[in-house]
Structure formats: structure tokens, C-alpha cells
Design a protein around this ligand. Structure first.
Ligand code: ATP
Ligand code: MG
Length: 657
């Protein structure tokens, strides 16, 4: 990876000299300052032991890291704690029972605010209800829910009784749910009749009923159902139980039991962007330490005054770490929104920011690009002056989208933190710190204090500044995955076989002249064109830097002359017309930005791109289309009609040079 083209394009990005120093006031009052890097460098384990003291332990740990059997880590192994106690009860005990934990905003406009005292009561009752349903410590519970407060309560109730949860995104099919129930051998499923999406009730329970007819799901003995929409549904006597019937009558006090730091907290399946999802296992003490610390550091959270909002779904890791465990362990007040950003209008998110005075917003590049496509005038109608920090996660953020986000959402005032991490890492790993780092649009920049990452070449040698290669993590970290559920061998093969003693993240990256890290997309997506490695991210960013393009996906399709030919799919910005000369104009634009070798052979304007449920572009499907192959696994795709639309556009003859 990382040859001529990458260097040129990087130089191009840097030439723009867009640099943003932290606002002086933020820097002066920042939770974490530059000194943290020094401290962590001098004594990494001591640094994490210190962060572990953010938590309330029933038994304080004496050990920090046990790495005697790599890559199977144990963090704080002799400590004991309860995650739900740390996220809820201790705040109430500290006199914060009246602080709002969750401002829930339903898609239809119904609202509910839960204080920490409310949360404590509901989590306690739900914990008792799960116990009444026979759930024991160690039993797995599947959670298949919309974005409503009961989802957060359910997760915390599981944590409280030491029953690992497996949250399955509410948009997944019965098949996807069945596979995950089976893989984790879940005993109970928590669901709801439905939730509101795009202006109407959308059913969930029927998918559970269907999933439970599949072989391998027989161990599920109860289905706990929250009433949200009031939709009709089948009812299985003896198996199905209404949440309000069993939870509401439980005692309001529940004594949390302390569990070992290495007790399993949850299993979560990866997005499936590159293939079959992997059941990632996270445990208790190390996970909560890193999640709590990173949420405090990267968002500079001031729990007494900030209103935090992460727009992710709880069904993916961002929702676990930065809706549930991070903010709540830190006693934050946060917004939980049920629906889509464009219901009932494209300004819904900005209306919510204005209404609750959101000060920290965490979202994904895909959403930012959608807002760019809808137009600058939409956020401009709302008062967004409460915002002080913006975050991004999920994909590389194109510099153009980064700058748009800062300007049109952040009023050219707020730092933008581009946070690189994965389901496997549990928490943030590479990101600027808002009070410390001078940011560069499009770069995740530097590993957090206590995190060790670098970029290596094929032979595992660290690349010099200015060169590209593979992103690796060189030291274990507290919230690292412990294994792939039930498949230690796959854990070893996927992450630890490529480079000795280094965690292989599967992403390509580059160090710029200052040593800052730029993510270049997945290694699987790198294209080989006439002997040059070209990253999809760079060609996509070049396309998105054209004023008519809102979003782009690039793949390499097998080509007899050049090994692979660059094939680009673009979504135009609101108002841009798909006229004759456009494709040529875009090809010329890329050639100018990156050099002639990176000029796409084909460019297809499309209405939508295939995305995973977490909003990531699924390039492997586009590659299938570009090479006229049958589509690979589509179970994690948001909308399968997108692929039909794209396929119907493709047969047109490729444009030749
Ligand atoms: P699968 O592993 O099943 O293919 P996935 O990798 O999409 O799915 P996640 O764990 O949700 O599942 O996503 C992590 C990946 O998302 C990272 O490896 C990286 O490719 C991408 N990513 C996340 N944040 C960033 C970021 N800030 N910059 C660049 N890429 C990012
Ligand atoms: Mg992945």
C-alpha cells in the first residue's frame, strides 16, 4: 500500500492547509491535556490502573494486565465490580438522582425524560424480572429492540445480573436474528411489538416469532415484549411475556452483585461490511475503564452542563460504548432518538439539537454526507449554538464532509474529533483530543494516551512518515475483544496471524509528514491498478471534493489491461444535474487531484449506495456488480432494492480513455 498516488493525494490534502487549533477556552478547561500522553508513555499500565479508579470497584484490582497467554488478555483480573451499579446507582448515591440521564425523543414526537433515580428503579425491576424468567449469571440474553429507553434498561439489567447481552440491530431480518440467537445460544429474547421508523410503526415481534421457528433456537424459553406501538401480533402463551406485566410489579430495590473484571459483559456481531459477522466478546472491568475514560477525554464531557447525543443505533458498538456504558458511567445527560434523521422533515436532528441544547454530537460520515446532499439551508434554520464538540465514527470521513460538518453544524467554532475504532477494540483508539490537538480534516491523527498503534509494511516494519501500509495495534488495551465467541481459532487467525504479536485491524493507513495517521479504508478494498496500490478512500475523497458530489464509493473491478480498473459510484448533491459532461468532468477532477493513474475508468451516478445497517458502504457488493458476479452475503444490507437499481444501470459500456 501507499505508493505514488497516495503520496500525491495526501500532499494535495495537506496543501490546503486547513488546520484548526483547539478553541482557547476549551483548551484551558479541558478534561485531558497534553501531559496525559507523556504520563501514559512513561508508564502505560500505571496510566490504565489510574483510569480504572474512575470506576467504583467492589474489590479494587491489584493486577493491571495479565498478558501471560497472548493474545488472550486479562485486565484488572483480581478486581470485582458491577457495571450497572457504576452506570446508575453510584450517581444516585452521590446525590445526582434528579439529574436527567435520558431525554427520549420518539419519532412521532412523544417524549420522556428519565432521571438517574428513574433509571435505577427501572433497571432494578427489570433485573428482578429477568431473574424471575430464570435468567442466571452467564446466560445469554438477545435484545432486539427499537431505540427506546427500555432498550438501555434491558442492557443494564443484563449487566446487573451478569447475563451477557447480545444486542441485534432492530432492522435485521428474522434470519440474521436467528443466526445470532443460535451462535450465542440465547435463553431469553427481549423485544417490542415494534418501533416508529419513517413515520410509521415498524414491527419487530413477528421477526422474533419467525426466528424462533429456526433450528438451533430451541433454548429460548421466554420472550419479553415491550409495548411501544400497540401493533397486533401473534402471542405464544407460556413463552411470551409483556414487559409491563412482569417488570412493573417487581421490587424497586435490587442489590447488585459484583462480578469478576473478566466476566463477559456482551457479545456483539460486527457490521458485516467485509463478510460474515464475527461475535465479538467483551468483558467487564477493562471495557468499562476504557469506555468511561475515552468518553470523558475525547468529548471533554462536563456532566453537570453538557447535553450529549450519539445518533448511532444501540445495535452496533457505538451505541453500546457511547450511548450506554460511556455516558452513563460518567453521569452524563444524553438524548436518545428513536427515528430517522429525515422524519418528518430533513431538519429533525437539528430541531432536536436546538430543543435539548445538545452540546456534544457524535455521528457517522454517512449521515453527514446525507445532510450535505440535502443542502446547507436545512441546518441553517435552527439554532445550533449550544454545540461545542462534534465527533465522527464508522468510516473514513472525507475532508470535504469534515469541513462541511464543522462549518454548517459546528458554526466554524467546534472541534471535530474523527475517532477510529472497531467493534473489536470496544472503545476509541485513534482520535484527536478536542482541547489538545490541532485537527486536520480527514485524519484520525494520533493514538489516545495509553494506546499504541502504528503503520507497518508487508514485512511488519514500521513505515516512515509519509508512507502507507497496514494499521496495527502494538500493545494490548483494556477494552480489547477477548475472543470471537465460541471460536478462539478464528480470533487468532483474523487478528493475530498476519503480524507476529501485533493486532491486525484490517484497515490501511498512512502516516503524514508529522506522523499523523490517515485511515485509507479496508485492506480488502485496496485496488491494484497498473502496478499501483490505490486506496478507495482517497479516490472517494477526491470525488467528494467536487462540488457536485455528495457521496462516492469506489471499487477495483478485474480488468485485462490494468489488473483492476477503478469503478466509481457517485451520489450527486441536491440540485446537481446528471448531464452529459458530468462523468468526464469528474474523471478529470480526480486525475487533477490524484494523478492520471487514479482516474476512474467508469463513473456511475446512482441514487443510493449499498450500505450496512450501520451506514457503511459495502464495497464488496459493488465489486460483485462491477464484475458481473452473483452478490455475496447481503443479510446486513439496509435495502436490497438499492442493488437492483445499481445493477440495472451498469451494463452501459465503460468509457475508454
Ligand atoms: P466487519 O468487520 O464485519 O466487516 P465492520 O468492520 O464494518 O464489519 P465495525 O466494527 O462496526 O464493523 O467497524 C469498524 C471499522 O469501521 C474499522 O475497521 C474501519 O474500517 C471503519 N472505521 C470506523 N471508524 C473509522 C474512522 N474514524 N476512520 C476510518 N475508518 C473507520
Ligand atoms: Mg471490521
Amino acid at each position: 500500500m501507499g505508493d505514488v498516488v497516495s503520496n500525491e493525494s495526501l500532499a494535495n490534502l495537506l496543501r490546503e492547509e486547513r488546520r484548526f487549533a483547539p478553541p482557547a477556552e476549551l483548551a484551558a478547561n479541558a478534561n485531558v491535556t497534553a501531559e496525559a500522553y507523556e504520563r501514559a508513555k512513561a508508564d502505560r499500565l500505571g496510566f490504565w490502573a489510574e483510569q480504572a479508579r474512575r470506576l467504583t470497584w467492589a474489590t479494587e484490582p491489584n493486577e493491571t494486565l495479565d498478558w501471560s497467554n497472548p493474545p488472550f488478555a486479562k485486565w484488572f483480573a483480581d478486581g470485582k465490580l458491577n457495571v450497572a451499579y457504576n452506570c446508575v446507582d453510584r450517581h444516585v448515591e452521590n446525590g445526582l438522582g434528579d439529574r436527567v440521564a435520558l431525554h427520549f425523543e420518539g419519532e412521532p414526537g412523544d417524549t420522556r425524560s428519565l432521571t438517574y433515580a428513574d433509571l435505577q428503579r427501572e433497571v432494578s425491576q427489570a433485573a428482578h424480572a429477568l431473574t424471575e424468567l430464570g435468567v442466571q449469571t452467564g446466560d445469554r440474553v438477545a435484545i432486539y429492540m427499537p431505540m427506546i429507553p427500555e432498550t438501555v434498561v434491558a442492557m443494564l439489567a443484563c449487566a446487573r445480573i451478569g447475563a451477557p447481552h447480545s444486542v441485534v440491530f432492530g432492522g435485521f431480518s428474522a434470519d440474521a436474528l436467528a443466526t445470532r440467537i443460535k451462535d450465542a445460544d440465547a435463553r431469553v429474547v427481549i423485544t417490542s411489538d415494534g418501533g416508529y421508523r419513517r413515520g410509521k410503526p415498524s414491527a419487530l415481534k413477528p421477526a422474533v416469532d419467525e426466528a424462533l421457528t429456526r433450528p438451533g433456537t430451541e433454548d429460548v424459553r421466554s420472550v419479553l415484549v415491550v409495548r411501544r406501538t400497540g401493533q397486533d401480533m401473534e402471542w405464544h402463551e407460556g413463552r411470551d411475556v409483556w414487559w409491563h406485566e412482569i417488570v412493573d410489579r417487581q421490587p424497586e430495590q435490587h442489590t447488585p452483585e459484583a462480578f469478576d473484571a473478566e466476566h463477559p459483559l456482551f457479545i456483539l456481531y460486527t457490521s458485516g461490511t467485509t463478510g460474515k459477522p464475527k461475535g465479538i466478546l467483551h468483558t467487564t472491568g477493562g471495557y468499562l475503564t476504557q469506555i468511561s475514560y475515552t468518553h470523558h477525554a475525547v468529548f471533554d464531557l462536563k456532566p453537570e452542563s453538557d447535553v450529549y447525543w450519539c445518533t448511532a443505533d444501540v445495535g452496533w458498538v457505538t451505541g453500546h460504548s457511547y450511548i450506554v456504558y460511556g455516558p452513563l458511567s460518567n453521569g452524563a445527560t444524553e438524548v436518545l432518538y428513536e427515528g430517522t434523521p429525515d422524519t418528518p422533515h430533513q431538519g429533525r436532528w437539528w430541531e432536536i439539537v436546538q430543543k435539548y441544547g445538545v452540546s456534544i454530537l457524535y455521528t457517522a460520515p454517512t449521515a453527514i454526507r446525507a445532510c450535505m446532499k440535502w443542502g446547507d439551508d436545512i441546518p441553517a434554520k435552527f439554532d445550533l449554538s449550544s454545540l461545542r464538540i462534534l465527533g465522527s465514527v464508522g468510516e473514513p470521513i472525507n475532508p470535504e464532509a469534515w469541513v462541511w460538518y464543522r462549518k454548517h453544524i459546528g458554526g466554524d467554532r467546534t472541534p471535530v474529533v474523527d475517532t477510529w475504532w472497531q467493534t473489536e477494540t470496544g472503545g476509541m483508539m485513534i482520535t484527536p483530543l478536542p482541547g489538545v490537538t490541532t485537527t486536520k480534516p480527514g485524519s484520525a491523527q494520533i493514538p489516545l494516551p495509553g494506546i499504541s498503534a502504528t503503520v507497518v509494511d508487508d514485512e511488519a516494519n514500521e513505515v516512515p512518515n509519509g508512507a502507507g501500509g497496514y494499521l496495527v495495534l502494538t500493545e494490548p488495551w483494556p477494552s480489547m475483544l477477548r475472543t470471537i465467541w465460541g471460536d478462539d481459532q478464528r480470533y487468532l487467525d483474523t487478528y493475530w496471524a498476519r503480524f507476529e504479536n501485533r493486532y491486525f485491524a484490517g484497515d490501511g493507513a498512512k502516516k503524514d509528514d508529522d506522523g499523523d495517521i490517515w485511515l485509507l479504508g479496508r485492506v480488502d478494498d485496496v485496488m491494484l491498478v497498473s502496478g499501483h496500490n490505490i486506496s478507495t478512500t482517497e479516490v472517494e475523497s477526491a470525488l467528494v471534493s467536487h462540488p457536485k458530489v455528495a457521496e462516492a464509493a469506489v471499487v477495483g473491478a478485474t480488468d485485462p489491461q490494468t489488473t483492476q480498473a477503478i469503478c466509481a459510484f457517485v451520489i450527486l448533491r441536491g440540485g446537481a444535474a446528471e448531464d452529459e459532461g458530468l462523468v468526464e468532468e469528474l474523471r478529470a477532477h480526480v486525475a487533477k487531484q490524484l494523478g492520471p493513474i487514479a482516474k476512474p475508468k467508469r463513473i456511475l451516478p446512482v441514487a443510493e449506495l449499498p450500505k450496512t445497517r450501520s451506514g457503511k458502504i459495502m464495497r464488496r457488493l459493488l465489486r460483485d456488480v462491477a464484475e458481473n458476479r452473483a452478490l455475496g452475503d447481503v443479510t446486513t444490507l439496509t435495502d436490497s432494492s438499492v442493488m437492483e437499481l445499481i445493477q440495472s444501470k451498469l451494463p452501459s459500456a465503460p468509457s475508454e480513455d
